[in-house]
Design a binder for this molecule. Structure first.
Ligand code: HEM
Length: 360
């Protein structure tokens, strides 16, 4: 795990209980290092080891410890300028929550080895929503609750009640369900605007295919009905086949089913081909639309696509339109589809300079 989270823990202990307590915990846990670098990756066992000793020495519950560590995080990351990132995640708390999954996706530019948590919103009403948190890590449930409550308080001046509804373990993944109760009147406004805009913005399929050369249209049976021009060059056999036989869903951490995609138009999805696509049959490279894709194409033999899903006019069809090949430069990925979603557009504009300077 990246040092950012471990450093947050050490700073939280120092600020709340004093340097001496931190030294005591560190020694008891058998950790030699006094501090950690934010962008360095440390063993996964470090936080569990330190936190186990911390709750014993500080005489607090695990719940209290992690919750407060999550609250502390929001102030802690401001020293690295991340408060700016968090504050542009959307005008309302609902925008922030709907963009939470995408936040860690963007952060992968700065933390490429990140095993990012995944967040999905559901059952939204004007009184709150259900938030699903999925992770390959255990032990961060109360940390997450503290973080979200503090974001609501700090950036949106809202009191939020978070109830832990369920915690399940599915193979190597934790699936946590939270019920968030807060003043979410913005939801009603947003749904009204959306309906009006949708009515006035019809767009023909041929235009879509031209704009999104890697787009995939499939029905509720998951069978692919149409594909964009570039994908047609690379994977012509995909047409008429089940998308699930050809692609794995890498992110968000959810089942690759029509019903689980339908209401998740706010998420950035990442697909990867099940099989390497460079096989015996050489691809006619002249036909690839974007020339700088060739290098990226050679780097990874499995094609990885990133983009969004949108339901088409025919309600039983879903379209996946890509933002760009995953290993393209940042600007084309962020720039190609800015018109699609407000919250993402706002985030993109503000993140571009920061992402670029971090990448230098
Ligand atoms: C701009 C602010 C943020 C930054 C820079 C950031 C960065 C990170 C990093 C580097 C990790 C470690 C991942 C790894 O090493 O594999 C992480 C983990 C995590 N982040 Fe964030 N994060 C931010 C905001 C948030 C917010 C607002 C939440 C709210 C829920 C959140 C929830 C989590 C959780 C729950 C984990 C760790 C547990 C897991 O893997 O499930 N983060 N974050």
């Amino acid at each position: 795990m990246y040092g950012l989270i471990i450093e947050n823990m050490t700073e939280y202990i120092k600020a709340t209980y004093g340097e001496d307590k931190w030294e005591e915990i560190r020694r008891a846990a058998g950790v030699d290092q006094p501090s950690f670098s934010t962008h360095q990756v440390y063993p996964e066992g470090l936080i569990p080891r330190l936190s186990k000793k911390a709750v014993q020495i500080l005489k607090v519950s695990e719940k209290e410890f992690f919750d407060q560590m999550g609250v502390f995080f929001i102030g802690f990351v401001s020293q690295y300028g991340y408060d700016r990132v968090l504050s542009v995640l959307g005008r309302h708390m609902r925008d922030f929550l709907n963009g939470l999954d995408n936040l860690h996706e963007y952060l992968k530019f700065s933390y490429p080895r990140m095993r990012a948590p995944s967040f999905i919103c559901e059952n939204e009403t004007k009184h709150g929503l259900t938030l699903h948190y999925r992770s390959k890590r255990r032990g961060f449930v109360y940390y997450t609750m503290g973080q979200i409550r503090e974001v609501a308080r700090h950036f949106y001046h809202k009191e939020m009640k978070i109830e832990l509804v369920r915690e399940e373990l599915l193979f190597d993944m934790v699936h946590v369900t939270f019920q968030l109760t807060f003043d979410n009147r913005a939801f009603t406004l947003a749904s009204l605007t959306m309906t009006r805009e949708e009515k006035h913005l019809p767009i023909s399929a041929s235009v879509l295919f031209e704009i999104f050369p890697f787009c995939i249209v499939f029905g509720s049976d998951m069978v692919v009905r149409s594909i964009g021009n570039s994908l047609m060059v690379i994977m012509p056999d995909l047409l008429g086949k089940k998308i699930t036989n050809w692609f794995d869903l890498v992110r968000p951490l959810t089942a690759f089913k029509f019903s689980s995609i339908l209401n998740r138009t706010n998420n950035i999805f990442e697909l990867a081909t099940v099989e390497p696509i460079l096989n015996d049959k050489p691809i006619d490279r002249q036909e690839l639309v974007l020339s700088d894709e060739l290098d990226a194409f050679n780097d990874e033999k499995n094609l990885r696509l990133k983009g969004e899903f949108a339901s088409m006019l025919k309600p039983e069809f879903i379209g996946f339109h890509q933002w760009g090949r995953i290993n393209e430069h940042v600007r084309p990925i962020l720039g190609t589809e800015m018109i699609m979603f407000d919250a993402i557009t706002e985030l993109d504009f503000n993140l571009i300079p920061q992402l670029e300077s971090e990448m230098k």
